[in-house]
Design a protein around this ligand. Structure first.
Ligand SMILES: *Cc1c(COP(=O)(O)O)cnc(C)c1O
Length: 383
């Protein structure tokens, strides 16, 4: 039995006939750019996230670039970001004219709140944590720091659609949030896609105009424009697929991810040398969406090789390189807590398509490598 980390083909095959119908409907309608499906998606997402405005965009990276631009980031302004994040977070700050400043990673992989204030300088404008793995950082503490220092908050919530913290959705905490519909994300389309979320009507209007060369509902593309824009539109075809998933599958898919997280949590209890992420039912007023299931192993590289030998795919996120180690991007920070985290972190297979047998087999393989006996019930599930 082989368990790929992510089965790209199954993503289409699981509902192929329905997707084929959507492709035909959109194709035959002739509506390809900024049509009804895009409007409908924006309304659906705004309800799900709990914000006033969502602007559908080409991807999450551009959502952050345009969001930061719309905030009026000036050349040299500093943005404090997570060190456990995709390089897109830092790249967005750079392309918006700012300077990304990575903060330490806490025990749960989120931006370490106690490390933020030491990074604040007169040039700091924004604190932009990454809601990594489908979990939300301690946003109350981050908001308090931001308020104390007169800073804005924004979120790289690309991995956290549907996650909540104290009843509030990822992407609803600061000036804006962003989301990615890359195929392997919590809500994926068959290509690139993204969105920006905000409660700021003016920011939403700016980004809406920026995504379409400065045009808006009252102004055509070829007319004189009053804002620097670009092309960062979401294709109508992708929006149609995303609407279908939101209507029929998204809630169940997240439920399934949380079920798998609960199985990993129980199955990996008492394994020497392994630390688990907080379980889905932790009493911390969070609803984690489990984009990823990231464990820490004191023999991570050996464990990864052992899993591979059993046909089980696993991934060290960002290929094991936290953002401050990407020397080509000009970072010089020393972040020992993040370095320690990255010596141990490993993503086990996590997506709604996994079977119980695949999850059980993965649990048994981790336990075997770390010298823990596997209970009979887990063995039976993996048969
Ligand atoms: C996927 C991802 C992005 C980038 O999303 P795109 O839609 O590919 O631009 C940014 N940040 C994080 C944390 C991500 O996981």
């Amino acid at each position: 039995m082989a368990t790929p980390f992510f089965d790209w083909r199954r993503l289409y095959d699981e509902h192929a006939a329905e997707y084929d119908q959507i492709f035909q409907r959109v194709g035959r309608s002739g509506g390809f750019i900024l049509q009804r499906d895009v409007d409908e998606l924006e309304e659906r997402l705004a309800r799900l996230i709990g914000v006033e405005h969502v602007v559908a965009l080409s991807d999450a990276t551009n959502a952050m670039i345009l969001g930061l631009r719309a905030l009026g980031l000036q050349a040299g302004d500093e943005v404090i970001i997570s060190s456990h994040t995709f390089q897109a977070t830092a790249q967005s700050v750079h392309w918006a004219g700012g300077v990304p400043v990575p903060a330490e990673t806490g025990e749960d992989g989120m931006m370490a709140v106690d490390a933020i204030e030491a990074l604040i300088t007169p040039r700091t404008r924004v604190i932009m944590p990454t809601q990594v793995n489908g979990r939300i950082a301690d946003m109350d503490a981050i908001a308090a720091i931001a308020e104390r220092h007169g800073l804005l908050v924004a979120e790289d919530s690309a991995q956290a659609l549907g996650a909540t913290y104290r009843g509030r959705g990822a992407g609803s905490f600061g000036a804006f949030g962003c989301f990615s519909f890359y195929p392997s994300k919590l809500l994926g389309c068959f290509g690139d896609g993204g969105a920006l979320s905000t409660n700021d009507a003016e920011l939403a209007a700016k980004v809406r105009s920026m995504r379409n060369h400065g045009a808006n509902a009252a102004k055509m593309i070829t007319e004189d424009c009053d804002i620097w824009g670009t092309n960062s539109r979401l294709d109508n075809l992708h929006a149609a697929v995303l609407n279908h998933k939101l209507e029929h599958y998204f809630d169940a898919d997240i439920r399934r991810r949380r079920e798998i997280a609960a199985a990993y949590h129980a199955g990996l209890a008492d394994v020497p040398g392994v630390r688990r992420p907080p379980p889905p039912d932790a009493p911390d007023d969070r609803f984690d969406a489990f984009q990823n299931y990231e464990i820490l192993s004191d023999r991570r590289d050996g464990l990864k090789a052992h899993l591979a030998a059993q046909g089980i795919g696993s991934i060290v996120q960002w290929s094991g390189v936290p953002i401050h180690r990407m020397r080509g991007l000009g970072f010089s920070q020393s972040l020992p807590r993040t370095d320690a985290y990255f010596e141990q972190c490993l993503l086990l297979p996590m997506n709604h398509m996994l079977t119980d047998a695949e999850v059980g087999e993965t649990i048994a393989a981790v336990r075997a490598f770390h010298g823990a006996e596997t209970p009979a019930a887990v063995m039976a599930a993996a048969e």
